[in-house]
Design a protein around this ligand. Structure first.
Ligand code: ADP
Ligand code: F6P
Length: 471
């Protein structure tokens, strides 16, 4: 969503502070040079916006444009405190260390992680800047909640600057097995950095166990179940808190007459009997190559009839200056072009590919319009798209095909689960989900909906913050 209204400037001090690489909104510049704001991409922002709108807190983060110093401002019910990054820091700290080292390493090395000492130096410097910004904003005795892999050194730095604060850390992405983590030349600093938090949260229990094992084996720290003891005798905890969505908000949106009408329009425009849908950031962890290949083979073999079926793939632009992401975009567009070139009819491509971002109501209409949602990441911390689809199926219809390697698979057990590396297995399951009876789809969807409505984003935040209070 884009807005161009002038933000109202503020001088915040807050009892509750969230620190994330990105602010909830990012700077946009139109062709005429005017600037505005749009919602930042990704699950972290989707999850935290409703919490921050409900709480009177401040959000410290980067506003997405390099070499621009901005004053704190109020936007969409949230106090925003921008942290500036230079062009070189964007290249080395964000695109480099965060997204070409940590991102692939923590996602099972599905792409090769690169290790560069100058990237690490930039990562340390930028983490210090975020810690200083949070220390400036937080009121005495306040709570600071640090988010994700871009800011793993902030908890320890902040603890040194402001021992009065209660510090939480949440990792939105997977934490790797120790064999992979130990490749990292700066592994000790990262472990100590994260363990500066009073409470460290992960998406799944196995990640917390990996982290605690590394503290014991690598740093020689004592650990007892979820607790760890730092060398100065102080204690912290590490545990799993599976993140979720604003379920009621999505459900209400999907049931609104406007979204219902838009969903009907989408179905009419696509003119297919059955709509399969994929929605992902254009990221190599999301399994797009495998998924599109599977659909290509199903269309080619005639198991899916291109005259009756369409596969809609929405791919949000992401990290477009990182090499691996450029290569991925080229590969995907080549694959889609081949399938459509070979099998399409005038005005009827079997794969409808959209490299665009959409507002939330358009996403809800797409979820409502689609018969089968296909979420097949090779590795994913959680995957909120799967939960959003379920929240939007108020009629208990529709089917969810879900990768075993998404954190969400632990909770969404009644989805049709697949191993995304097994293309034949994935093809069979996609067909099975699409052909399942209304009764079978309804049985599964009711169970999925119960899980997502009882485990929503408020429950996630309340549980984490209550545990942080108790540490
Ligand atoms: P990640 O955090 O890796 O991007 P998630 O599935 O957890 O993956 O979260 C993605 C979020 O981004 C969801 O809230 C989804 O609705 C949103 N999203 C994905 N694609 C688009 C798009 N094309 N336009 C707008 N929002 C999108
Ligand atoms: O949830 C994973 C995540 O990487 C967030 O940390 C991040 O904000 C989001 O996806 C989108 O990525 P980026 O901020 O690099 O555009």
């Amino acid at each position: 969503m884009t807005s161009s209204s002038d933000p109202q400037q503020i001088a915040p001090k807050a009892e509750f502070v969230v620190v994330a690489n990105r602010l909830a909104v990012e700077r946009t510049t139109a062709d005429d040079g005017s600037s505005g704001w749009q919602t930042s991409p990704g699950g972290l922002v989707t999850a935290l916006v409703p919490i921050m709108q409900a709480k009177d807190g401040a959000w410290v983060g980067w506003h997405g444009a390099p070499d621009e110093e901005l004053e704190p401002f109020h936007h969409d019910g949230i106090d925003m405190v921008p942290v500036a990054l230079s062009e070189a820091e964007v290249a080395e700290y964000y695109e480099g260390m965060s997204n070409a080292t940590f991102w692939p390493l923590y996602h099972d090395s599905v792409a090769f992680p690169e290790f560069h000492r100058e990237w690490w130096d930039a990562y340390v410097a930028v983490n210090r800047r975020f810690a200083e910004a949070a220390a400036e904003v937080a009121e005495a005795g306040g709570t600071v909640w640090v988010q994700d892999y871009q800011l793993q050194l902030v908890p320890k730095l902040l603890r040194e600057l402001r021992p009065d604060l209660r510090i939480g850390f949440f990792l939105h992405i997977p934490f790797p097995p120790s064999e992979l983590f130990q490749q990292l030349p700066w592994r000790r600093a990262v472990l100590e950095g994260v363990a500066g938090a009073d409470l460290v949260g992960f998406q799944v229990p196995g990640a917390a166990t990996n982290f605690l094992n590394l503290l014991r084996r690598r740093l020689g720290w004592e650990t007892h179940r979820h607790e760890f003891v730092r060398p100065d005798g102080s204690r912290g905890r590490a545990s799993a808190y599976p993140i979720s969505i604003d379920t009621a908000g999505f459900e209400a949106l999907a049931n609104s007459p406007e979204v219902e009408a838009r969903a009907a329009q989408i179905r009419e425009d696509l003119g297919a009997e059955t709509i399969f849908l994929g929605v992902d950031r254009l990221d190599y962890t999301k399994g797009l190559r495998h998924r599109i290949r599977a659909f290509g083979e199903l269309f080619t073999s005639g198991e899916l009839d291109p005259e009756k079926v369409v596969f809609v793939q929405v791919a949000t632009p992401s990290r477009e200056r990182v090499d691996e992401y450029r290569r991925l975009r080229d590969d995907i567009e080549l694959l889609v072009g081949r399938i459509n070139g070979d099998l399409g009819q005038f005005g009827r491509p079997p794969v409808n590919y959209l490299h665009q971002s959409f507002p939330r109501d358009e996403m809800a209409a797409l979820y409502r319009a689609s018969d089968v949602m296909v979420v097949t990441p090779l590795r994913d911390g959680m995957n909120l798209v799967a939960k959003e689809y379920v929240a939007c199926r108020g009629g208990n219809d529709g089917a969810l095909v879900l990768s075993e390697f998404a954190g969400a698979a632990r909770e969404l057990k009644q989805a049709w689960q697949v191993n995304p590396y097994d293309i034949d297995g994935m093809k069979a399951t996609i067909l099975e989900a699409g052909r399942a009876s209304a009764r079978e789809q309804g049985r599964r969807m009711r169970a999925l909906r119960k899980q997502v409505s009882t485990h929503d984003i408020n429950r996630w935040a309340e549980t984490f913050l209550a545990d942080l209070d108790a540490v």
